[in-house]
Write a protein that binds this ligand. Sequence first.
Ligand code: Q46
Ligand code: ZN
Length: 317
Amino acid sequence: MKCRRCKNNEAEVILRRHNAVFCRDCFLPFFENQVKRAISEHGLFEKHDRIAVCVSGGKDSLVLWDVLLRLGYRADGLYINLGIGEYSRQSQEKVDAFAAAKGLKAIIVDLPGEGMDLPSVTAALRKKECSVCGVIKRHFFNAVPRNRGYTVVATGHNLDDEASRLLGNFLQWNTKYIEKQHPLLKETPSGMMRKVKPLVRLTEYETACYALIRGIDYMLYECPYARGATSMVYKDALNSIEEKIPGTKARFLYGLLAGELSGLGRKMEGAGENAGDTNGLACGSCGEPTYTELCGYCRLRAAVTEKREKRSKGALR
Ligand code: Q46
Ligand code: ZN
């Protein structure tokens, strides 16, 4: 089968939802055009913006960093070392190697260095890993770019991530979370950074094809705590529908973004996570926007310190 674009090379990428097949060379401009379209359709950022790309060492975030650089944006990687043993070590290696190959250096937040590695924090507080991880990521992915003068925070969420999250939110009737799903969450006066998802028009398969063609060496293993995540159930369900009815995922998500659900999509524009501005309230310890005296992360750190002090006093008795 010949590539639909150049009509010369053998096609290697098959996109049933677009009724298209591309060779390697022609797939890259297709991919970049989808990213450009997401950026312009949702007004994600401009050429003068400074973008902090949240990188995990996985496929999507490294692909995002790569494509933004190729499109000429000022983008730097931001990695959080969660201290999850071999998984974190290998993930950081992938990020460092990717950056070094481009003559760049990622910004690294080193939680073990702060005594806040995820396994010991969750053990001390007897909390679930992913909920603590969420507090940590929300904090550093806002505080670090903000303190370093970035104007935008970008994440590698793709069409599969967003469509499966939407399905999960509908099935549970979590309508207030649906409002947070927009690819653009605007910055707030109190200091919530603008958050964007430029890969929202591209599937897992398409980002994997881009990574392969561009020779991006990414972390193949999932975080050990990701096992049994319900999001995988929703992804599998959507994949089996997509298999029979190509284009379903895209229509499902874009329909919402276009405001087909009683104007909910339009209501979401720039709303969601960042809509609840704290009206100038800031954490007494780190200065991040928060409704309470201390932000979620500083409360977490204080609780861990207290537990450790109690334990060491107990051990001395
Ligand atoms: S939340 Fe949970 Fe992920 Fe954090 S602890 Fe691992 S699986 S990395 S996206
Ligand atoms: Zn704080």
